[in-house]
Every structure is written in structure tokens, then in C-alpha cells.
Write a protein that binds this ligand. Structure first.
Ligand code: PXP
Length: 253
């Protein structure tokens, strides 16, 4: 597939959910995810991502309120397609809202949204977010059927689920999953969808994704918060930025 976008800045959205996971392990206020968002801004993040889950296992309603009021970076609110979450999004008006599938029993977001199978359920959510001036995004697997469904829903943005790529431990599996992402990102560009990606990205696997020229933003959380234990959050974020920028520069050189 041909691509029309060749050289674009790749944005880094830092997902701070797991700062809240650590705070909630003890209750209380430490560590504060809003402080992490401030540190992320200084370290070179282009946006902050937070997932307000139905069970509030990490990010809380107060966190969303404070992130909206206290942080200057664009906020990307990850949310399930439920009336409760839509009401919260419309109240806070984040820069973007990424609709994700959500199951109570899962450890993290497993698999992408079935946009093709849930078109009629999702349509009013995409419309309401768009009408409120919030960039609606759909977190989907790198699958042409899901891209077509995203277009039919009128979503301006998709985020490709990179979890399956990140889990591969051999060359053949990595190649297979990377090819799916490369093809989906090219298709998104042809369809006029802004393409983001995320889930399971680390220093060792981010380069191949960052090198895909039509991807505009990566959302990364768990690895950065884990790495922060060893070298600090600012170092983890600036090293991730450097990996992304190097891969992008190599590709467009
Ligand atoms: N993007 C979306 C839509 C997600 O649900 C998540 C996980 O919360 C991420 C990105 C970040 O994934 P990770 O924490 O594995 O970097």
C-alpha cells in the first residue's frame, strides 16, 4: 500500500494509570498521578492518557477532574462505551476520548473494540463526543474490517492495539503481527483516519512501530511506570522519546 504521510512528528501520550494503581494499593494520596502527569510534561510527553475504568481500579473521578484542571497537556480519556462514561467525558471535555472494550475480570484491555460487530451501539457515543468537540478514537485490532467500521462510524481517529505484537517471542510471530500493524496503518491513511497505536510497548519493541510513517501518536503506560522504579519517570520518558525519534529519523532519512 502507498502512504501519503512521509515525515510527521510522532507524539507520545503517557498513560499514568499505573501510578494510580500503586497509590490505590495502600489508599491515600501517594504517588499522585497528577504529579506524574506534570513530570511527564517536563520530560517530553505530548499528551496524558488516563483510563477511567468502570470499577475505578486505578484512575478515580477526582484524578480526571484534577487532570482536566491542572495539566496543560491534551488529555486523552480512555473510556468504555457506557452512558456513565459518556456523561463524564461530556462534563470534562478532554481533548480526545478513546473508546475501549472493557471487561471487569480482565487485567488490562484485552483485544480491540469490535467496532464492526457493535456499530449501532457505538454510533451515538462517537456522535455525542464529536458534537461536543472531543476527538473520538476507537481502540481496534489491526484488522481491515475494524478500520472500515471505524470509517462508517465517522470516527476521526483509530488507535491500533499493539498488544499481540508486543507478546510475540519469536521472529515469525513478530513479523506476522508487525505486518498486520503496518498494513492497517497504511489503510488508515488511505481512508483518512488519523492513526495512533499502543499497548505493551517497551524500549525494545517500540522502534518498529515508531518507524511506521502514518502513525501519529503512541500511548504508553505500564512499561514507563515500571521502568520509573529503576531510573525515575523523567528518564524513562525521555529514553522512550529518544527511541521513538531515532526510529522515525532512520526511517525518513
Ligand atoms: N492504549 C490503550 C487504548 C490502552 O487501553 C492502554 C492500556 O491502558 C494503553 C494504550 C497503554 O498500554 P500499556 O500500559 O501496556 O503501555
Amino acid at each position: 500500500m502507498t502512504t501519503s504521510v512521509t515525515k510527521t512528528q510522532l507524539r507520545l501520550g503517557v498513560n499514568i494509570d499505573h501510578v494510580a494503581t500503586i497509590r490505590n494499593a495502600r489508599g491515600g494520596r501517594h504517588p499522585d498521578p497528577v504529579r506524574a502527569a506534570r513530570a511527564a510534561a517536563i520530560a517530553g510527553a505530548d499528551g496524558i492518557t488516563a483510563h477511567l475504568r468502570e470499577d475505578r481500579r486505578h484512575i478515580s473521578d477526582i484524578d480526571i477532574d484534577r487532570l482536566s484542571r491542572e495539566i496543560d497537556l491534551p488529555l486523552n480519556l480512555e473510556m468504555a462505551a457506557t452512558p456513565e462514561m459518556l456523561e463524564i467525558a461530556l462534563r470534562h471535555k478532554p481533548h480526545a476520548a478513546c473508546i475501549v472494550p472493557e471487561k471487569r475480570e480482565e487485567l488490562t484491555t484485552e483485544g480491540g473494540l469490535d467496532a464492526a460487530g457493535q456499530t449501532e451501539h457505538l454510533r451515538p457515543f462517537v456522535e455525542a463526543l464529536t458534537d461536543a468537540g472531543i476527538r473520538a478514537s476507537l481502540f481496534i485490532d489491526p484488522d481491515p474490517i475494524q478500520l472500515e467500521a471505524s470509517i462508517s462510524l465517522g470516527a476521526p481517529v483509530i488507535e491500533l492495539h499493539t498488544g499481540s505484537y508486543a507478546e510475540q517471542s519469536n521472529e515469525a510471530g513478530l513479523f506476522r503481527e508487525l505486518t498486520r500493524i503496518v498494513n492497517a496503518a497504511a489503510m488508515a491513511d488511505e481512508l483518512g483516519l488519523e492513526c495512533h497505536a499502543g499497548h505493551g510497548l517497551r524500549f525494545d519493541n517500540v522502534g518498529a512501530i515508531a518507524a511506521i510513517p502514518t502513525i501519529r501518536e503512541l500511548n504508553i503506560g505500564h512499561f514507563l511506570v515500571g521502568e520509573a522504579i529503576f531510573g525515575g519517570l523523567d528518564s524513562a520518558i525521555s529514553r522512550m522519546r529518544a527511541h521513538m525519534d531515532e526510529a522515525r529519523a532512520r526511517k525518513s532519512a
